[in-house]
Ligand binder design. Structure first.
Ligand code: ACO
Length: 432
């Protein structure tokens, strides 16, 4: 970050002396006002619940321009990566800053592939869960549990440990996710098959059985890989900030990613794709859309898969996702699927309605991902789990960046206290 010439001056109407605050510029995006010394200089905190105007760190990984609807991973537009790279190339890019050359690519694919198996004891750990547990609850437990199995990658001050923890998480996540699914439906676990692609292997572990050979459908593998790329990172969103905050205390990477998964589960974040599909099913037919829109305007419910804290334009991931939805439905479903008809019509109506235009509410990535995943055979309870699988690389890349940042400190927000001021203890018999 570069110090810029102009300073910000904060003045007070009560005559207290004003203070000058340094301003820094990034490479693109808004400048930031450095308030780190504000409390020492004025005895005041800033107040920004929800971080609406607060940059919590400096980062060189992902850039979003919400007004333009632009998303860049290490400078590359998401549309280019989603159509020209595979997910593991994207992982390499996010972790290392550059796309791999041919030999780096081969080595990285091999490295990840060699770590896909999980410790056999994980099966017994999994057995402690009820069969009908939500797979996000199971995944949070399993990933947290990894730190009990891989002691040789939990020393956060050792760069080799950090690197191998990152590879293990990326490699083992599909295996764990598929295990959680198979456990829920009572089928045997499928071990990873390392001659398949990352997404092909995952599809086989999810939908294959030991009874017969599983043929990977290349259209589905490509679509899934693209979904993983679209979800791989998204700057300082709630779950990534959770990972960073957990990591700022020195917690090990497996524990930090488990915290990220827990945060992602919420319906305002990763849980929205499940909610979006349920909403489309509930609407059922295009004729019911006007009535549904009225309910949104009366604030009875939200239009799930619409709106975003940062994008005040079309989410660029939603465009690629819409394309994938068509491809998948052509390949394995019904291109005239009534849910797709409802989604398209709902999008058309909302984009032309003053209520949504005024509030800059556009479809986000979750609007079409549910339809696509459902056509591929994933049950709705797995949607957020797939999001967690894909986002793991973003979380770990952000965690690594934080660990290497010399200005990193334990995250410790302050507060505006609104509770009782000091008072004396009253014995129970004298309390009214
Ligand atoms: N449907 C209807 N109205 C909405 C929606 C929506 N989906 N989203 C926002 N609004 C309205 C709000 O009611 C508010 O209106 P008001 O000014 O009249 O009170 C206005 O738009 C601004 O909304 P905020 O809640 O202030 O926006 P915020 O940035 O805090 O919320 C969020 C962003 C949480 C994503 C919100 O848009 C939402 O809940 N969307 C639905 C859930 C969803 O799709 N989440 C996925 C996000 S993407 C992801 O995690 C991958």
């Amino acid at each position: 970050m570069k110090l810029v010439d102009n300073k910000a001056t904060l003045s007070f109407s009560n005559g207290s002396p004003s203070v000058d605050l340094p301003v820094y510029a990034g490479n693109i995006g808004p400048d930031v006002i450095d308030i780190r010394k504000l409390y020492a200089q004025t005895g005041m905190f800033t107040y920004d619940p929800g971080f609406l105007s607060t940059a919590s760190c400096q980062s060189a990984i992902t850039y979003i321009d919400g007004d333009k609807g632009e998303l860049l991973y290490r400078g590359y537009p998401i549309e280019q990566l989603a159509t020209q790279c595979d997910y593991l190339d994207t992982c390499y890019l996010l972790l290392n800053g550059e796309l791999p050359n041919e030999s780096q690519r081969g080595d990285f694919h091999k490295l990840v592939t060699n770590h896909t198996m999980v410790n056999e004891q994980m099966q017994f750990f999994l057995r402690g869960f009820r069969r009908d547990a939500h797979p996000m609850a199971v995944l949070t437990g399993l990933v947290g549990g990894l730190s009990a199995f891989y002691h040789d990658s939990t020393d956060i001050n050792n760069p080799k440990h950090r690197e191998i923890a990152a590879i293990r998480l990326i490699a083992k996540m599909p295996t764990l996710v598929a295990m959680a699914y198979k456990y829920g439906i009572g089928q045997p676990y499928m071990y990873p098959k390392n001659d398949l692609s990352y997404s092909g292997n995952f599809l086989r572990m999810m939908f294959g059985t030991p009874c017969e050979e599983y043929q990977v459908n290349p259209v589905l593998a490509r679509a899934l890989d693209r979904i993983f790329i679209l979800h791989a990172d998204h700057e300082q969103n709630a779950s990534t900030s959770t990972v960073r905050l957990a990591g700022s205390s020195g917690a090990n990477p497996f524990a930090c990613i488990a915290a990220g998964i827990a945060c992602l589960w919420g319906p305002s974040h990763g849980g929205a794709n499940e909610e979006a599909l349920n909403m489309l099913k509930e609407i059922g037919t295009p004729e019911r859309i006007p009535e549904f829109i009225e309910g949104v305007k009366d604030r009875k419910y939200k239009l799930m898969g619409f709106g975003h804290r940062v994008y005040k334009n079309y989410d660029p991931r939603a465009k690629v996702m819409q394309q994938s939805a068509h491809e998948v439905l052509e390949a394995v479903g019904d291109p005239n699927d009534p849910l797709l008809q409802v989604a398209r019509e709902l999008e058309r109506v909302a984009l032309n309605d003053e209520y949504f235009i005024e509030r800059k509410l556009f479809p986000n990535v979750d609007f079409y991902s549910g339809i696509t995943l459902s056509a591929m055979g994933f049950p709705t309870t797995m949607f957020t789990v797939l999001f967690a699988l894909a986002r793991t690389v973003g979380w770990i890349a952000q965690w690594q960046e934080m660990m290497e940042d010399p200005s990193q400190k334990i995250g410790r927000p302050r507060q505006l206290y609104t509770g009782p001021t000091q008072r004396d203890y009253v014995p129970v018999e004298r309390r009214g």
